[in-house]
Design a protein around this ligand. Sequence first.
Ligand code: FES
Length: 583
Amino acid sequence: MTNETKTVNKPRKRLEDLRSQRWFAPDDMRSFAHRQRLQQMGLRREEFMTRPVIAIINTWSDLSPCHAHLRERADAVRRGILAAGGIPFELPAMSLGEVMVKPTTMIYRNFLAMESEELLRSLPIDGAVLMGGCDKTTPGLLMGALSADLPCLFVPAGPMLNDRHRGLAVGAGTHTKKFWDEYQAGNIEQSEWIALEARMTRAPGTCNTMGTASTMTSIVEAMGFTLPGATSIPAMDAAHPRMASQAGERIVDMVWEDLKPSTFFNERSVANGIATYMALGGSTNAAIHLIAIAGRGGVKLTLDDLHRQGEGVPVLANVFPSGDRLMEDFYYAGGLPALLNQIREHLDLDCLTVTGKTLGENIADIPNVDPTTVRPLDNPVTQGRALAVLRGNLAPSGAVIKPSAASDKFLKHEGPALVFDSIAEMNRRIHDPELDVDENTVLVLRGGGPLGAPGMPEWGNLPIPKKLLAAGVRDMVRLSDARMSGTHYGTCVLHIAPEAAAGGPLALIRTGDIVVLDVAAGRLDMRVSDEELARRRAEWTPPPGTRQRGYTKLYVEHVKQADEGCDFDFLMGHETPVEPAIF
Ligand code: FES
């Protein structure tokens, strides 16, 4: 370990060094207009001429239930900014409520990243507080902020509170899927199913299982972008606005300290994010987002790096879907700092964070008060790892699976493929009583990738045919080029790359071909000869794309495959930000 990222005793910026002074300080007609227009809103000249200008980029909206509280929470951030001598300006940004946005929020992650970057670049901003948490908002905001490279600090929305149903703790996502399967199997009545609509999602906040939201916010905390422990605080706990206010105070100091992402984000902070991801038993979606975030910070990360660096870090967070608790329990156990303390030997504790201190300093003296929820290294939640990368003649550029949320008996499996060319075809046929399918069949869905869908929706947790549900089957091997909700579970091979629509071998598999899955060996193959595959390829024609316009057209023309993080080709990598000309 080294401590080369520590920046101690760094000289503080002077007022004239602030970026916002480029807009406000010159004695010319353009700057006159900038000053005039802020005074038009009732601001005094001194308020913006003598203080750091802090943006609060807020992904609140009336149709984003996980962020329903962020409108008021921005007031707590403002309080902190003002107390520390900054001047806050709240900037709304695209609000990606995971469940509401169609066809999928994933298509808009890059939109939010572009919007965040351009907001920060085009306006007189010295530093920013980023407010988000629902799945794609965290990577979207971070990707944009890394590209803009201004001092920034992330305020996570926080998980929703636990709920109870018939005496059992229930949470979002995972339990919806469980109850749906029981409803389909005829084990619960329609009246109970309707009653459940008002349960599980008890209050504003992000999903309270270890879905993509809590996975991503926790990774971002481990990489140094939040105040210590911020991501585990329930959205509706009074500690949450206190954290938001403290974040507002801290960002002002970060501006004076010139603590930009490029001063502390590097390979070692990404490695900390990977170790945390594994210990969380986090969502498979993080494999895509981490690669994209790392790339924006100039860190080249591959699926193989993820697999290798995650080796040996067991799942310690006993939270659904890998475990049996919820995020509120995780918070009571000490939250993420308690987990990070359990995996100290897998972390680079010298990495600098937004606090101006190292990760090790941030997590010192945080007790683990419930070792049944935050497990010690010698008593993991499962033997299965959080993420395994597969390759083979079905996935030459890679695919992922979450062994910790899969059935052990299927981790090595051979079975005949049942192939669906589209989600529409699958929905039409999957519950047909005549469908030729049993527990050993491998369900295959293609057309769900970044180009094929387009946008790579969460279709990868293919439904179990009703007739098998009724017979007691609850898991099968499923393959797709789509993603899966982080709250879901099952033996689902996801993100197969290249996707079928890009001409990957997934496009060539046919019903009846034997699929061979061997997770321990890292293999995903179809037992079809090279000659036969060549023959099928010669016959293959790309699926006719659907007509696109506007942003979606830009998306399909520039999105990269899952193994490269699904970023746009023209936004990948890190460059010194270009400051706008002010004329
Ligand atoms: Fe927003 Fe799950 S739907 S975090």
